[in-house]
Design a protein. Structure first.
Length: 203
């Protein structure tokens, strides 16, 4: 296969256009943002701009830079802050670069991805912290306040609905996604259970 000597930046634009048709804008920004960070780093060092000249050594050097160098960035509040990345954060760059270079291979611009032989494990999901009693108390106070300040029929209805949802969520052990999909007709008030209980669902 003949490699087309085009710039990596040009390929990134094509990659962005391609994935924009199937992914949401946040996911597109996620992938393209990490690739742009790699290209920006390469520009500061004068690395080759042609995609077929990007090698495994460049990828490894970039990952090492992310870990070893403390960078200065501008936060949302306009203040400067130091960024010290961890090994876990490398996964996001690894994942994005791998998808981008795989796309380059699939489109025929590269014979192989420059990341061959590089393996970074995905970080384990952190355990979700359970709500503590003080959290539940605060939420109850918020819902109670909403009820007290309700004036219109719509405000009263929404306040009552929110209290019902919160109580059901805490006392029924229902999953959040199940609660979100629950309809009024799914509840049997007289039997005090869900209509799908007999089909093996939650009661």
């Amino acid at each position: 296969m003949v490699q087309k000597q085009v710039t990596t930046q040009w390929l990134l634009e094509g990659f962005k256009y391609e994935i924009s048709s199937t992914l949401d804008s946040d996911t597109v920004d996620y992938y393209c943002g990490h690739v742009r960070r790699f290209l920006s780093w390469g520009d500061t060092l004068g690395l080759p701009k042609e995609a077929h000249l990007t090698g495994k050594r460049h990828i490894l050097s970039f990952f090492n830079h992310l870990i070893e160098e403390t960078e200065i960035s501008i936060g949302d509040n306009g203040l400067l802050r130091k960024v010290q990345r961890t090994k876990e954060s490398l996964w996001h760059y690894y994942r994005s670069l791998k998808r981008f270079f795989n796309w380059c291979v699939d489109e025929g611009y590269l014979d192989h991805i420059p990341m061959d032989g590089i393996k970074i494990e995905a970080p384990q999901n952190r355990p979700i912290d359970p709500w503590r009693p003080e959290h539940l108390e605060i939420m109850s106070q918020i819902l109670e306040h909403d009820w007290k300040v309700s004036r219109t029929s719509r405000q009263i209805m929404l306040a009552a609905r929110d209290q019902a949802i919160f109580s059901l969520f805490l006392e029924s052990f229902i999953r959040l996604d199940e609660l979100a999909e629950l309809n009024v007709e799914d509840i049997d008030i007289k039997q005090k259970r869900g209509h799908d209980t007999e089909r093996g669902g939650r009661g």
